[in-house]
Design a protein around this ligand. Structure first.
Ligand code: SAM
Length: 279
């Protein structure tokens, strides 16, 4: 069984044993999902819609609507849609504010198509994909990771999303070998270890802090740098503290905003958003 989403097409097709048994389409947040009658009520619709949302990169916080023409109401309700009358359904999710959402919003605010962006910790490629979308086909995105597995995961994700970036297996201290000064619109660091991968490649301040300094020196005026840092376990807390100290010592050349979520319980990740001032 596979879900095929054609490049540039907003339709995903569900195939079972090489035969099409369903289709889903999401245009401007409007969902249409169709399953061949003989395959209904077996979970295929749920599978198709989940895959379609994922493959189209539609975030969990996006508002979706649907029109039920027959008995699809319970199907949409399973996805958190509410009936809003006359067969119409709507799903609204409150956006979660966390370190990642803060840095993503910052990128969206400051990056425009054609920009040059660096993902200094490519990991599984989620951030690289977002940067590619913001940079558009005329932009340039570089993604670095010290770990082979991460480089492979990022390349695979980009391929699935029909996006391209220069993916480099190297440590982020070596950024300057790949980007000339005054070329960079954004550098992003999402510290920690590869989710789902080996924990041996945890980012360490001895490497990440100099890399951030180098990235700052490569930024164009008006360029941005963001950091997400995780607390917990000695390693994470040590790195988070080093990042906060680093952010505190940045001079007046930079506009710096730090969110530590101090009033939240547990050890939530922190976000640091830096913008190099326009001279
Ligand atoms: N941005 C990623 C994503 O969207 O999936 C998540 C990044 S993950 C939290 C941190 C990554 O940093 C890991 O994949 C790890 O291999 C990488 N890393 C650790 N030390 C590094 C270094 N010195 N240079 C580059 N990457 C490094």
């Amino acid at each position: 069984m596979q879900v095929l989403c054609e490049k540039g097409n907003d339709i995903c097709v569900l195939e079972k044993d090489g035969v099409e048994i369903g289709r889903a389409r999401i245009v401007n947040g409007k969902v249409e999902c169709w399953i061949a009658p003989e395959w209904r009520r077996k979970g295929y619709g749920t599978f198709l819609l989940k895959k379609t949302l994922h493959q189209m990169g539609i975030s969990q916080s996006e508002t979706l609507t649907a029109q039920a023409y027959g008995g699809e109401g319970p199907f949409y309700k399973k996805f958190g849609f509410q009936a809003v009358g006359e067969g119409r359904y709507r799903r609204e999710r409150k956006k979660q504010v966390n370190a990642l959402s803060i840095v993503h919003d910052f990128w969206e605010k400051h990056l425009t198509p054609g920009c040059t962006a660096l993902d200094a910790t490519a990991g599984n490629g989620h951030d690289t994909v977002l940067l590619c979308r913001l940079a558009g086909p005329t932009g340039r995105v570089l993604a670095m990771d010290i770990q082979k597995q991460a480089v492979e995961n990022t390349r695979e994700r980009l391929q699935r999303e029909h996006l391209s970036a220069q993916v480099i297996q190297d440590s982020h201290e070596n950024i300057a070998q790949y980007i000339a000064p005054n070329q960079l619109d954004a550098a992003v660091f999402n510290l920690g270890y590869l989710p789902g991968g080996a924990h041996d490649f945890f980012t360490v301040p001895a490497r990440s802090i100099p890399a951030m300094d180098t990235a700052l020196s490569l930024l164009k005026p008006g360029g941005i740098l963001t950091v997400c840092a995780y607390s917990g376990k000695l390693q994470g807390t040590h790195e988070r503290d080093a990042v906060l100290e680093w952010a505190n010592r940045l001079g007046s050349e930079y506009d710096v905003k730090t969110e530590t979520f101090e009033t939240r319980s547990g050890l939530p990740p922190i976000a640091v958003c830096v913008r190099k001032n326009l001279r």
